[in-house]
Ligand binder design. Sequence first.
Ligand code: XIL
Length: 390
Amino acid sequence: MKKVFMVCLSLPLFILCSCGGGGGGGTSSTPTTTVSSNSSSVSTSSVASSSKASSSAFSWSSVPALKDLASFPIGMEVSAADQERSIFTFPSQLPTIEKHFNSLVAGVIMKMSFLHPNENEFFYADADRLHGYAVDHNMLLHGHTLIWHWDSQIPAWMKNYTGDWATMLDNHVAQICTHFAGKVSSWDVVNEALDENEPSGYRQSIFYQRIGKKYIENAFIAARKADPNAVLYYNEYNIELSQTKLNFMLAMLDDFKSRNIPVDGVGFQMHLDLFNPSIDQIKRSFKAVADRGYKIRISELDIPVNYNSTLVLTDTYAQQQKERYKSIVQAYLEVVPENQRTGITFWGLVDGESWYNYIGLPAKEWPLLFNDDYSPKPAFYGVAEALAGK
Ligand code: XIL
C-alpha cells in the first residue's frame, strides 16, 4: 500500500487519480486486468493488430535506428545485475537496444541502497559491469541517482544514522562520484527534491529533515569536486505539469546560479499521459529552463494510455500515443537550443517490462515504443518522424 502510494507521487494525472482511490480517470473504471508486482512477464497477445504494424506516414525502407536520427544521445533505461530483465541474462533484447540507443541508465542498480549498502561499504561491481557493456557498445552511461527520497532506495543504515548527516551525505556523493569519474558522463545528482504542496516547495524527505534544503547544493558541490567532468543534473517530475512546482525549481536554480552552485542541467522525467499537460505548457516549461542556460534532458519518457482499463492496446490509443510522442519530441527540438539538448531517454524498452506494469495498477499499460516481441509500435514511428523532421 505504501509503495503504491509513493509510486503515485510521480505518476501521470489520470493514473494518479485512479490509484489514489478517489475516482477513476476513465469513463469505465472497472478493473479488467491486474498485473501483479512480481509477475515475471506480461502477455503480448493483447496488442491490437495494427499497433504491431509499421505505422508511419512515411515509407522508411527499413526500421530506422533512432540514434542515427538524432544529434544528441538517445537513451534507454535498463535492468542489470541479476534483475529479472537484466541485459546480462535476457539477451533477446540486446539487438534492439544496440540498434537504437547510444546512452544507458540503470533503472535500479545505481541508486543509493545498491551503491552504498552499509556505512563503510560501497558496492560497484554490478554498475561497473554495466559500464563495461556501455563502453563495448559505444554508449554513454548516465548515473541515476545519488540522492533520492524513495523509501526503499535509502539504505537502512542511512535511515538510522545518528551522526553528522551533512558530512555523511557529502561522503556518499564524493565516494561514488570519485569511483565513477571517467565512467559516467553525467549524474542525476538530486532526484525529486521538490513538492509543490509544501509551502516551502521542498519535499519533506529524510535529507531535508536532517539537513534542511542545503543538502541539495551540498550534493552538487561534492559531485563537482569529485568528478569535474561529469555533467550534473537536477532531475524532477511534473515540472511541465505544475506551474507551482516549476516556479519552485526555477527559484532554487536562480539562487544556485547566483551563488555558483554547479548545476549544469535539468532532467525532465516526463512520465506523462496523453493529454496533460498541453504541448504549449510543455514548451513553456522547456523554455523557462533553456532561457536560463541549462542543458535539458528528457530523462525518463514514457506515456501510459489506458484510461479505460481496456484489455488490448486499441488502435485509437496507439495512434494517440504516437502523436503525443511525436509532439513532445518536436517541442524539445523546437524550444531547446541545439547546444542545450543533451538527450532523450526512454524509461524502458518493451511495454511488458514498463515499471507501470509492476506497481499494482488496476489495468495493463503500454507506455513504451516497442511491443514485447520488439516490433516497433506507432509510438516508435512518432519519435522517429519527429527526430527526422518528417
Ligand atoms: C523506478 C524503476 O523503474 C522501478 O523499477 C523501481 O522499482 C522504482 O523506480 N522516477 C525515477 C525513477 O526517478 O528512478 C523511477 O524508477 C521512476 C520514477
